[in-house]
Design a binder for this molecule. Structure first.
Ligand code: ZN
Ligand code: ZN
Ligand code: ZN
Ligand code: ZN
Length: 564
């Protein structure tokens, strides 16, 4: 028995081999499967990206559609997939290639040699019509059935039921709908192209066919402004307008994008800047460059859709301090159509460092909003420094405001700006001004400061006449400290009014001081700051909307306007 049992041990290496094999298999197999899957996925992604790149559509991925959606090819209900942010087609991943081949996108310029400007029929696409849209034929609600149904024209945005769609409607010419006065028709660009080939430039003739009311709108959006809200806005404007007139300024800088104006009739174009006050300044600089290039007649008027928070320039022009989707994009376009032209002073701020052997060129800034020295510049400087360090912390609007407030109050303890009146000399229009015991001086071009506070007029019984931003005058005020600054911001105190002037000169005799121009802060040693008038910008003023906390002052503004 024992002898028979002996041979068993030699079998164990074989059994061990089995075990090793099985273990290997059970570990390797899932790894291999995962690997294979990820290879497949990345291949699919590559394939999709390839379609995206070559496509005439503006395809974008989404993990979840915001409304009930049906694939335009297989008509299945889908949760995720791709959509075109020019024409609005929606499709699942599997049908993408078919959809891309089968459906043309918005044609920004007509390929065919069409002579007449009015020959374009509607461009209907089926299904996924916007919620709450109505049929042009029977006036009943459209797209309320749970399937791929009903049509929308991607130019005029008209919607129609499947059963109401007739041949006459299919062949009807498209009038570009509600926003026809803002849209650059594809046929216009085709005609311009022909004219340029023939070296003709009388675009006026061509434009006269589009009517006197035609004020084509160019969208310049900063996709990085306002926690990336600009990105979505770009798509919404491409849907409502001709995609050719919608630009992302982070990809096409304003000076390049604005060359489109030179293809439009004189004094007809308008620009809508979607971004913060900084982006507006960027666009205004580009417009000044157009003046230098001799393109003055093509310079458009500028409207603003403010992104982010505390945009004082935009607020002064009636567009509010920050847009977070409160009104639909179509309403924004309506507001732009209603807005009136207005001038905005722009100023040159020159900072010359003090010193006998100063060979460096003076620093030069263009100012639209305000210049300041003292606590509010320090606040901006601290905020700026911390934002650079931890940008992720500053991605939310509300958090931004809270952090800003925190830095504001923190500096109540740090009295770096004490006795400013002993360190600086101030000249208004060449005349020296005696200063009381101040910590800061603010020089204003516009009415609002500090994210929605009217500084010059102040509050209380004896409010001052309204500061204007087109009278060639600057308003100069002083603050007693950062606590005073904070009190002014919450409308518990008035600043010390120093005066109004056409030119302001400020000499910093000693020590390092925080300064800022339009929210761009820096620390500055002894120097001379000179602020002189530079130029006018043509802006659009919107009077239809009132900011939440300044209803009274806006109505004041209207009163003064009427008396003039
Ligand atoms: Zn498309
Ligand atoms: Zn499909
Ligand atoms: Zn149409
Ligand atoms: Zn109908």
């Amino acid at each position: 028995m024992e002898g028979q049992e002996r041979p068993a041990p030699p079998a164990s290496p074989f059994a061990d081999g089995h075990l090793v094999l099985w273990t290997l298999c059970s570990v390797l197999l899932p790894v291999l499967i995962t690997l294979w899957c990820s290879v497949q996925r990345s291949r699919r992604q590559l394939h999709r990206r390839d379609i995206f790149r070559k496509s005439k559509h503006g395809w974008r991925d989404t993990d979840l559609f915001s409304q009930p959606t049906y694939c335009c090819v297989c008509a299945q209900h889908i949760l995720q997939g791709a959509f075109c942010d020019c024409c609005g087609l929606r499709v699942d991943e599997g049908c993408l290639k078919k959809a891309d081949k089968r459906f043309p996108c918005k044609e920004i310029m007509l390929k065919s040699d069409s002579k007449a400007l009015d020959a374009m029929p509607h461009h209907w696409i089926r299904g996924n019509v916007p919620l709450c849209s109505y049929c042009v034929v029977c006036k009943q609600q459209c797209g309320n059935q749970p399937k791929l149904c009903d049509y929308r024209c991607i130019w005029c945005q008209k919607t129609v039921h499947d059963e109401c769609m007739k041949n006459s409607l299919r062949n009807e010419k498209c009038d570009f709908g509600e926003f026809k006065n803002l849209i650059i028709p594809p046929s216009y660009l085709t005609s311009i192209n022909h004219m340029r080939k023939d070296k003709k430039t009388d675009y006026e003739m061509l434009a006269s066919k589009l009517g006197k009311q035609w004020t084509p709108l160019i969208i310049l959006a900063n996709s990085r402004s306002g926690t990336n809200m600009g990105e979505g806005l770009l798509g919404e404007f491409r849907i409502l307008l001709n995609p050719v007139q919608v630009f992302d300024v982070t990809k096409t800088p304003p000076i390049k994008a604005l060359q489109l104006c030179t293809l439009l009739p004189y004094d007809s174009a308008r620009v809508l800047v979607c971004g913060g006050d900084g982006t507006v300044g960027w666009v205004l600089d580009a417009l000044d460059e157009m003046k230098i290039k001799g393109q003055e007649k093509y310079i458009p008027q500028v409207a603003v859709l403010p992104l982010g928070t505390g945009n004082d320039l935009s607020n002064t022009l009636g567009w509010g301090t920050g847009y977070a989707g409160e009104i639909p994009v179509a309403q924004v376009l309506r507001n732009v159509m209603e807005a009136d032209g207005i001038k905005l002073d722009r100023w040159k701020v020159q900072v010359t460092n003090k010193g006998y052997y100063n060979l460096r060129k003076p620093k030069e800034f263009t100012m639209n909003n305000y210049f300041s020295i003292g606590p509010d510049a320090l606040m901006a400087l601290n905020f700026h420094a911390h934002r650079e360090k931890a940008p992720s912390l500053f991605s939310s609007r509300i958090l931004n405001k809270a952090v800003y407030l925190f830095y504001g109050t923190k500096d109540c303890l740090v009295q770096e700006c004490k006795d400013l009146n002993k360190k600086v000399e101030l000249e208004l229009d060449g005349e020296r001004v005696e200063l009381p015991n101040l910590e800061g001086i603010i020089v204003l071009n516009i009415g609002y400061w500090g994210g929605g506070c009217r500084l010059w007029e102040g509050m209380g019984d004896e409010t001052y006449p309204l500061a204007r931003h087109d009278d060639g005058l600057l308003e100069v005020v002083g603050v007693y400290g950062s606590f005073h600054c904070a009190q002014i911001q919450v409308k518990l105190a008035n600043p010390f009014r120093i005066g109004q002037a056409h030119t302001v000169r400020l000499i910093l005799k000693c020590s390092m001081m925080p300064m800022q121009v339009d929210g761009e802060p820096w620390a500055q040693g002894p120097c001379t700051v000179t602020i002189t008038h530079k130029t006018h910008a043509l802006m659009l003023y919107f009077s239809g909307e009132q900011t939440d906390d300044d209803v009274s002052s806006t109505s004041d503004q209207e009163d003064t306007k009427e008396t003039e």
